[in-house]
Design a protein around this ligand. Structure first.
Ligand SMILES: Cc1cc2nc3c(=O)[nH]c(=O)nc-3n(C[C@H](O)[C@H](O)[C@H](O)COP(=O)(O)OP(=O)(O)OC[C@H]3O[C@@H](n4cnc5c(N)ncnc54)[C@H](O)[C@@H]3O)c2cc1C
Length: 438
């Protein structure tokens, strides 16, 4: 098989790239390969599937007719196991070879698996793919208690779904608090209170050392010897960029695949995006792994335009999450907890159920966390993303009535004016809209 464009990965990055390619080039042959057997779906929504709130069709990222409508050949359930960069080829596990002119690696991440005894027992799961959710769902009838290893975004998401299915969950988090890479201490505590109110036990400062059971899971042993009885263990300690296809090629990798502002790798004709790539982070001013859906999507669109010959720069993304766990709204972005606070100003506002934090460096917002009341998080994020000098309005950022009117007139006029016909991939608004409509 020969194609003009080959995209490996059928999720946020891959689909966004395919759509951008089709905006520019309606006819060029386009093949997507995915080792998942499903139509493209919204990965963050697998928890809604597991909780029973959505059917499979309800978490589709694009309509069932998407590939046909866009003249795309999508090979699902097929894994690419080798790239021939010089020949412009990709070999599938089934032995088939696909020749390509432009290649996109939208391969995402793979779960980190701890090395511990008992990981091979029935009842140990990951929570990354729709298949994981389907398998957990099929196993639940014999489960009353579950241990979730990892209190990050994925672990919390799995926990919420299991609780909604009536399972008693214990979260075991190695660090001193849940959601610690995302939230500062005060915000984490509010989140933990909401999680505990739902009946979840949280154990911090420990990890699971062994999974117990004869063939099937019957418990977990912590690193201090404490035993927890359970019928299921969900491992959610993070993801790793999936870069194995670059091995033995000249494609440069750091922790993820290194890309420039066009999402191009150092090898001509080869692009990368999403969780597999180190795309530009406007807060850090350099390429970085930021494993979130909107960045994968915007990076994918940028890659797609450039693959099809329309020059487009990626304006940069940053860590940004807009989530609701256990009824609590949380929005975070950028550098919420700078490692070195010197040179930063931190503005906070807190009451029993609300916490807001804005981190400022050299009169520019570099981080924010809003929990409980997120109404003004959008405008603060806009000021951060657009690198607006906020010297005159710093003190008002967290005021109850803060809004566009607080900005100097020249700024809000500029921000309200949208040039006719303007449509770029420099903004995340379109994506957030897409995301929040899910
Ligand atoms: C449970 C969960 C909850 C999440 N919640 C949020 C959230 O609330 N907000 C947020 O912003 N982000 C969230 N994320 C992260 C978000 O889903 C990812 O950032 C996003 O999916 C990355 O998209 P991607 O296109 O880079 O890769 P992925 O979505 O990882 O897709 C990559 C695809 O490529 C396939 N693939 C890889 N290698 C090969 C190969 N060799 N051959 C064939 N196919 C291959 C993979 O199987 C996979 O299907 C969540 C993730 C999980 C797991």
């Amino acid at each position: 098989m020969k194609t003009k464009y080959l995209i490996i990965g059928n999720s946020a990055g891959g689909i966004a790239a395919a759509e951008a390619i089709r905006e520019v080039d309606k006819k060029g042959a386009l093949v997507i390969v995915s080792d998942e057997a499903h139509h493209t779906y919204s990965r963050p929504l697998i928890s809604k599937y597991l909780s029973g709130e959505r059917h499979k069709e309800g978490i589709l990222f694009r309509p069932a007719s998407f590939y046909e409508d866009n003249n795309i050949t999508c090979l699902t359930g097929e894994r690419v196991d080798q790239l021939g960069i010089k020949e412009g080829s990709a070999r599938l596990e089934n032995g088939q070879t696909i020749g390509w002119q432009k290649l996109l690696l939208a391969t995402g991440g793979k779960p980190i698996m701890p090395r511990m005894k008992g990981m091979d027992k029935r009842g140990v799961f990951n929570f990354i793919t729709l298949n994981d959710a389907v398998e957990i769902d099929g196993y639940l009838e014999r489960v009353k208690r579950a241990v979730v290893i990892g209190g990050g975004l994925i672990g919390t998401s799995a926990t919420e779904a299991l609780v909604k299915r009536g399972i008693a969950v214990t979260v075991v988090e190695m660090k001193d608090r849940m959601l610690n890479t995302l939230l500062d201490e005060a915000t984490s505590r509010l989140a933990e209170t909401a999680v505990e109110k739902a009946g979840v036990s949280i154990i911090t400062g420990h990890t699971v050392a062994e999974v117990l059971g004869r063939g099937t899971v019957c418990g977990a042993v912590l690193d201090d010897g404490h035993e927890i009885a359970c019928e299921m263990v969900v491992v959610a300690i993070g993801v790793f960029p999936r870069v194995e296809l670059t091995q033995g090629t000249e494609i440069e990798i750091n922790r993820g695949i290194v890309v420039d502002k066009y999402m191009a790798t150092n090898v001509a004709g080869v692009y990368a995006c999403g969780d597999a790539a180190e795309a530009y982070d406007f807060v850090y001013g350099s390429g970085r792994l930021v494993s979130i859906w909107p960045n994968a999507y915007v990076g994918g669109r940028t890659a797609g335009y450039n693959m099809a010959g329309k020059k487009m720069e990626y304006a940069g993304g940053t860590a940004m999450n807009s989530i609701n766990y256990f009824g609590l709204d949380i929005v975070t972005a950028g550098l919420v907890m700078p490692a070195d606070v010197s040179g930063h100003e931190v503005f906070t506002k807190q009451n029993d159920s609300v916490y807001q934090r804005v981190v400022v460096k050299e009169n520019h917002i570099v981080g924010m966390a809003f929990i409980g009341d997120i109404e003004r998080s959008g405008i603060v994020f806009g000021l951060m993303r657009d690198r607006v000098d906020i010297s005159g309005i710093k003190e008002q950022l967290l005021a109850d009535d803060f809004g566009l009117a607080h900005l100097p007139p020249e700024l809000w006029r500029e921000r309200l004016a949208v040039p006719a016909g303007a449509r770029t991939v420099t903004s995340q608004e379109e994506v957030e809209e897409d995301y929040s409509s899910e």
